[in-house]
Design a protein around this ligand. Structure first.
Ligand code: COA
Length: 255
């Protein structure tokens, strides 16, 4: 089992709560954290005790996306890379998946929400997809899923311009299910929905999820593969490296 103290799980009454706990770095996701998340998803899929999975963050952030230092020193190279293993596990996960976005969500912190069945976010939480700003491109199937969910015009603003948007906007656009007054209330909304789902007949719940996702599943898998190839290539480009080094360089390494 791949263990990392930055992905903490807690099981209760058929609900597995997975919490990203690297608050000092705004829960930026490292290679080890992607590997742990992929492992947790795979275990949850086969564990009969887990009926629903809830994903949340810690501190003031859900996640600030991929760890920028990792992008520079240990970038993904192909489908075996932990980030793509995580995305595959996420996209194929057959049990209900609920996100409690307790705060800031950036990059994959937003695109992973497109694979969740229900999403709740804290009032005022900011979300952002700065891929193009960083010399990168959409991932996780977002080039297909985002315009499908919120329309091309808005998706273009978010993906081309990297415009930040709020939990309230996301709710108005139909991208998420509800807004909680604070992080605690947001998690409560997610856990209440999880509890209800865990109490329902599981065959019906999973079949309903499969039917909802089914018609698009192949197209999404193809999009993930297509985007990943471009993403891996762009990460090697001088423009992306300069943008990422710019972020990393603004913050000298701490002892
Ligand atoms: N990768 C690595 N470290 C990150 C990070 C990331 N994605 N996001 C935040 N951090 C680190 C910062 O370097 C800082 O570390 P330090 O205290 O050792 O200097 C710490 O987390 C706190 O972040 P800070 O930038 O000081 O907080 P903020 O509230 O001013 O800004 C963000 C928060 C998320 C807006 C800002 O950190 C940011 O833009 N991060 C990068 C997000 C990103 O581009 N992700 C990749 C998308 S593809």
């Amino acid at each position: 089992m791949i263990a990392t103290r930055e992905i903490v799980t807690e099981a209760r009454d058929g609900v597995l709560l997975a919490r990203i706990t690297r608050p000092e770095k705004k829960n930026a996701l490292t290679v080890a954290m992607y590997a742990a998340l992929a492992a947790r998803l795979k275990e949850a899929e086969t564990d009969p005790e887990t009926r629903v999975l809830v994903l949340t963050g810690s501190g003031d952030s859900f996640t600030s996306g991929n760890d920028i230092a990792d992008f520079l020193t240990a970038p993904p190279t192909g489908e075996d890379s932990p980030v793509f293993q995580f995305l595959t596990a996420l996209q194929r996960f057959e049990k209900p998946l609920i996100a409690a976005v307790n705060g800031l969500a950036v990059g994959i912190g937003v695109t992973l929400l497109l694979h969740c069945d229900l999403v709740y976010a804290r009032a005022g939480a900011l979300l952002r997809l700065p891929f193009a700003n960083l010399g990168l491109c959409p991932e996780a199937g977002s080039s297909v899923l985002l315009p499908q969910r919120i329309g091309h015009a808005r998706a273009a603003e978010l993906l081309l311009l990297g415009e930040p948007f709020s939990a309230e906007q996301a709710l108005a656009w139909g991208l998420i299910n509800g807004v909680g007054a604070d992080a605690e209330a947001t998690l409560e909304l997610a856990l209440a929905a999880a509890k209800r789902l865990a109490a329902q007949p599981q065959v019906a719940v999973r079949l309903t999820k499969a039917l909802l996702k089914g018609p698009e599943a192949e197209r999404v898998r193809e999009a993930i593969a297509r985007e990943s190839r471009h993403f891996v290539e762009l990460l090697r480009s001088s423009q992306a490296r300069a943008a990422l080094e710019g972020f990393a360089g603004q913050r000298p390494a701490r002892p």
